[in-house]
Design a protein around this ligand. Structure first.
Ligand SMILES: CC(C)(COP(=O)(O)OP(=O)(O)OC[C@H]1O[C@@H](n2cnc3c(N)ncnc32)[C@H](O)[C@@H]1O)[C@@H](O)C(=O)NCCC(=O)NCCS
Ligand SMILES: Nc1ncnc2c1ncn2[C@@H]1O[C@H](COP(=O)(O)OP(=O)(O)OP(=O)(O)O)[C@@H](O)[C@H]1O
Length: 294
């Protein structure tokens, strides 16, 4: 059920910030996720822990709040794009300060930051497609203030000629809109628990994403292992079934052996949980069950 307070831009911005932070924490705690930090441990990451992910998520609340407030009922134009870019980079700096220089949520700031801004542009009354389309518009506008940095993600997109985090946003988040959200709802409707539905949504993303985290760490072999493994979990009936859970355990082992971690897919799951909460079209379709973290 959507519980957005009808108390204007300040109240709605605070609500959006809270839901965005909760979405990051829910994603981080969700278990068992292949190769990723979860309630069981650090996955394939030697420099990350669940405690660090949660601290990082909390450090981002002021960023999400500012993004929502500044984007409130504004159109997608260059001025807003530059403002959102500046706030996103300040958020990255806050994250780095909170984690002692470890990258916990760079990709997540990008995806959730754009979606929070887009939800606010629609005055918190947009549908999921409207929010994704406005986020895409913002992401497609040039940000002349952006520093020219050569990241690992950019390197992977050039080397393997695949779309990365930028393109995912510019295309209107197809992995959220066409794969994860529909899977989340399908799994809920077929009787899966909320945790299982969220794991299934993660699998749906992993069947097709060109995750530059995986490519940087484990190359094409890692990416194929991720995509095929996630597909077999869903083909087996998802994580609500014993076969699905066995396929997931096998995938977890493979990902750890390859030192591969689908950080981009994890970001998009957190973003899916956010859209699921904030989009107006979802309110009647998917009331949240009692045992949800939210
Ligand atoms: C676009 C970003 C993510 C940089 O992308 P780039 O590929 O160069 O970077 P980097 O390797 O550091 O991180 C990419 C991260 O995205 C995630 N990711 C990886 N693959 C994918 C994918 N296919 N789709 C979506 N996300 C992905 C991962 O978590 C990964 O760690 C972003 O940091 C950025 O440019 N920010 C600038 C500030 C800004 O404009 N913010 C506006 C919104 S708040
Ligand atoms: N639960 C999670 N566990 C691990 N990573 C996550 C999780 N949720 C999101 N991520 C994303 O994964 C990214 C971290 O991936 P990765 O560690 O490959 O990046 P890196 O710090 O650039 O690289 P490396 O650790 O290989 O030097 C973060 O940007 C974050 O957005």
């Amino acid at each position: 059920m959507k519980l957005q307070p009808q108390i204007g831009s300040e109240g709605s911005a605070a609500w959006l910030a809270r839901v965005a932070t909760q979405s990051l924490i829910t994603e981080a705690r969700l278990s068992p996720k292949p190769g990723l930090v979860d309630s069981r441990g650090s996955g394939a990451h030697h420099d990350l822990t669940l405690e660090l992910m949660e601290r990082s998520a909390h450090s981002l609340s002021p960023t999400f709040h500012a993004l929502a407030l500044q984007s409130w009922q504004r159109p997608a134009d260059i001025a807003l794009r530059q403002l959102v870019g500046r706030l996103g980079r300040e958020g990255e700096a806050q994250m780095m300060a909170a984690t002692g220089g470890v990258n916990t949520h760079r990709g997540a700031i990008w995806a959730l930051g754009l979606l929070v801004a887009a939800a606010a542009m629609h005055g918190c009354e947009g549908s999921s497609s409207e929010i994704a389309a406005s986020a895409a518009k913002l992401a497609s506008l040039p940000d002349s203030c952006a520093p020219k940095v050569f990241s690992k993600g950019l390197l992977a997109t050039r080397r393997y000629r695949v779309p990365g985090a930028r393109e995912e946003a510019q295309l209107g988040f197809p992995h959220i809109m066409r794969l994860a959200l529909p899977q989340l709802r399908r799994s809920r409707q077929s009787g899966a628990t909320e945790e299982q539905a969220r794991l299934d949504a993660l699998m749906a993303i992993m069947t097709s994403l060109s995750d530059t985290c995986v490519l940087s760490r484990a190359g094409l072999e890692g990416l194929e292992t991720m995509q095929n493994g996630a597909r077999s979990v869903l083909v087996a009936g998802g994580t609500a079934t014993a076969q699905g859970r066995a396929a997931l355990a096998w995938l977890d082992k493979q990902m750890l052996a390859l030192n591969a971690s689908p950080g981009g897919a994890a970001d998009l799951l957190a973003a899916t949980l956010l859209v699921d909460r904030i989009a107006c079209d979802n309110a009647t379709l998917t009331p949240l069950p009692q045992h949800s973290h939210f």
